[in-house]
Design a protein around this ligand. Structure first.
Ligand code: 5GP
Length: 191
């Protein structure tokens, strides 16, 4: 999406450790007009995929997932990173190493929210090494549902997670695919 690439180029900040900060329009403060456009684009890309559920991981995937689910007219489910008192009954869990928080989470989705008949679109704000998506794909696999593909706002292609998933035959659509970013010059280029 050209609009998104332009915004990342103009407003994204490159932090240490290959972290791209887009907190003031993607994942902390949210540009709602851009969010709507991104949801429409993912809705268009997956229009023929017969999606029945959109799945993401808390916290920063939730806004996009809700917008995409609204666009597609299907429910949205998010994996929680911590078991809380109001998660009861049987759950699917997967271990996910967090790229930005440098820790490992057991992410949880109640079994009741995914069934073998579901066709699941997995979305997230970023794709780096692919740990978050692999955890979610494992959870969908446990439920017997089908993964129709993944929809990502920003993929950092140089970290390899997206291409590894594509090699496994999983459809990955990224609205902006960063090829390289240079913390010293601030330059960002797209594939
Ligand atoms: P992965 O699991 O693919 O290595 O990393 C994806 C997860 O880490 C996403 O859920 C996202 O929240 C976070 N993440 C990875 N890279 C970045 C980044 O450059 N910037 C931000 N803000 N989050 C990132």
């Amino acid at each position: 999406m050209k609009l998104l690439e332009e915004k990342i180029r103009l407003e994204g900040q490159i932090l240490a450790g290959n972290v791209l900060k887009v907190g003031h329009f993607v994942n902390h403060q949210i540009d709602i007009t851009l969010l709507r456009e991104m949801a429409r684009e993912l809705g268009r890309l997956y229009a023929d995929a017969h999606v029945t559920k959109v799945l993401t991981i808390e916290a920063s995937g939730i806004a996009l997932a809700a917008a995409v689910a609204l666009e597609m007219g299907v429910p949205m489910v998010f994996a929680k990173k911590n078991a809380t008192a109001n998660v009861s009954g049987e759950v699917y869990t997967a271990r996910v190493a967090s790229f930005t928080h440098n820790r490992v989470y057991d992410v949880i989705v109640p079994c009741a929210y995914l069934s073998a008949e579901d066709r699941v679109l997995i979305v997230d704000d970023f794709l780096a090494q692919g740990n978050a998506l692999c955890g979610l794909i494992d959870i969908v696999g446990m439920s017997g549902a089908a993964v129709v593909g993944c929809g990502i706002i920003i993929e950092k292609g140089f970290q390899g997670g997206g291409d590894a998933l594509r090699k496994r035959g999983i459809r990955v659509e990224s609205l902006a695919l960063v090829d390289r970013m240079d913390a010293e010059t601030g330059e960002i280029s797209f594939r």
